[in-house]
Design a binder for this molecule. Structure first.
Ligand code: GDP
Ligand code: MN
Length: 380
């Protein structure tokens, strides 16, 4: 789950990281009032779940409350990478002497949270990683001990020569690690971490991504969710209790079990197709879930064929078959459906489908091949 910059800054402040104050506005009027309250120059910042807002024109300095209002009216409603800006953060502008990058991500290779720091801040870290990888220093953190003081200090010396700034930064890194763990994050990033002309070190941007699997035990973090910034099909799937991830292809996949769903996507690719989604209807035998799944898959206009791949264990094939029949009565489905059913109550399932005019296969390979053929034959 992604959260907004203003929310991430709140999590950072709670750990003591120096972050300039700020308030959120949903109208130009509000932006003007907030700017007036802070006085002086402010920054008006689009709150959307993506970086690169500066480059897209979503971060603007304003020398007066009137100018803040003008910027807000331009930024509110703006599209940045397909996301509509509904809120802006108004924050006092800082004078910047230098910009650095400090981030933590969960690294699958080392199976640890890994710190990444670079004196080349302000730009995308992916860009630095590509053009100048030596400019990034990495450190894997042992979860038993956290970021130890000497490690934090060593990272900080990578960024600054000034001892005071090194000490301040070492502290910020330990606080960032605490914020990361406390939030159940998979990523926590300060880009840029700035120094001011009078030598202070501050975080003026904040990005935090939460590991979805942490949310059940962190209700205060779940509260930060902004569904209006999420893909509507993923929101609908979550509400229906389905595990769903939208992808860019044209083969809509409806599968029970995460492993089988992955294998199905691999096979779709193998035969030259592209999956439109990952969808795990789970282990239950609830026909309602199938109806919801089909509704979500068919709401994607890119879907040209729907592929069911059901391995009946706890999930019963006859229940899934009933779900498919019910769903096709309730939803006007314009694309072909290819069904593969095998396992518990397979014969009953096939019979239900056949008497409703569908055909069903039992071989996974054949079913996937057929689904992909239908898409390619349509001349996608
Ligand atoms: P991003 O583009 O989405 O990562 O948004 P950032 O918050 O990182 O802002 C982009 C850039 O705008 C920063 O790298 C700074 O150069 C500039 N910027 C942001 N806030 C301030 C500020 O308070 N003062 C000044 N002078 N520049 C700022
Ligand atoms: Mn940034």
């Amino acid at each position: 789950m992604d959260i907004h910059e203003y929310q991430a800054k709140e999590l950072f402040r709670a750990q003591g990281i120096p972050v300039p104050p700020g308030d959120v506005a949903t109208t130009p009027d509000e932006a003007e009032q907030i700017a007036r309250k802070f006085g002086g120059t402010v920054v008006v910042k689009a709150q959307v779940h993506t970086g690169g807002r500066g480059k897209a024109g979503g971060v603007k300095l304003a020398k007066s409350p009137e100018e803040a209002r003008e910027h807000a009216s331009r930024i509110l409603g703006m599209q940045i990478k397909d996301l509509t800006v509904e809120r802006v953060l108004v924050t006092p502008a800082e004078e910047i002497a230098s910009e650095a990058y400090v981030g933590i991500i969960v690294d699958r290779g080392s199976k640890r949270a890994v710190f990444m720091v670079s004196a080349e801040g302000g730009v995308d870290i992916e860009e630095v990683a590509e053009t100048n990888p030596d400019a990034i220093r990495k450190l894997a953190v042992d979860p038993r001990y956290g970021l130890l003081p000497h490690q934090a200090y060593s990272l900080a010396t990578e960024l600054y020569d000034d001892v005071k700034q090194q000490r301040a930064t070492a502290k910020i890194m330990q606080q960032l690690y605490d914020a990361f763990v406390e939030a159940g994050a998979s990523l926590a990033e300060i880009n840029p971490l700035i120094t001011t002309p009078d030598g202070q070190v501050k975080a003026i941007d904040a990005k935090v991504t939460i590991d979805d699997n942490e949310l059940f035990r962190k209700p205060h973090i779940e509260e930060l969710r902004d569904s209006s910034s999420e893909d509507p099909s993923e929101v609908a799937a979550r509400e229906a209790g389905l595990t769903f991830i939208k992808l860019d292809g044209s083969v809509g996949c409806c599968v029970n079990g995460a492993g089988l769903a992955m294998a199905t996507m691999d096979l779709v690719k193998f035969y030259g197709g592209d999956p439109a989604n990952f969808l795990d209807i789970g282990g239950s035998s609830n026909p309602e879930k199938v109806v919801n799944a089909l509704r979500i898959i068919t709401s994607d206009p890119a879907v040209r064929v729907i592929l069911f791949n059901i391995f009946g264990g706890i999930t019963r094939c006859d229940d899934v078959a009933k779900g498919i029949v019910t769903a096709t009565q309730q939803i006007d489905i314009q694309v072909p459906i290819v069904i593969r059913l095998t396992g518990t109550n397979e014969a009953e399932g096939v019979e239900i489908l056949e008497s409703a005019g569908f055909s069903a296969m039992t071989d996974m390979d054949e079913a996937v091949k057929k689904a992909v053929q239908l898409v390619t034959r349509e001349g996608k």
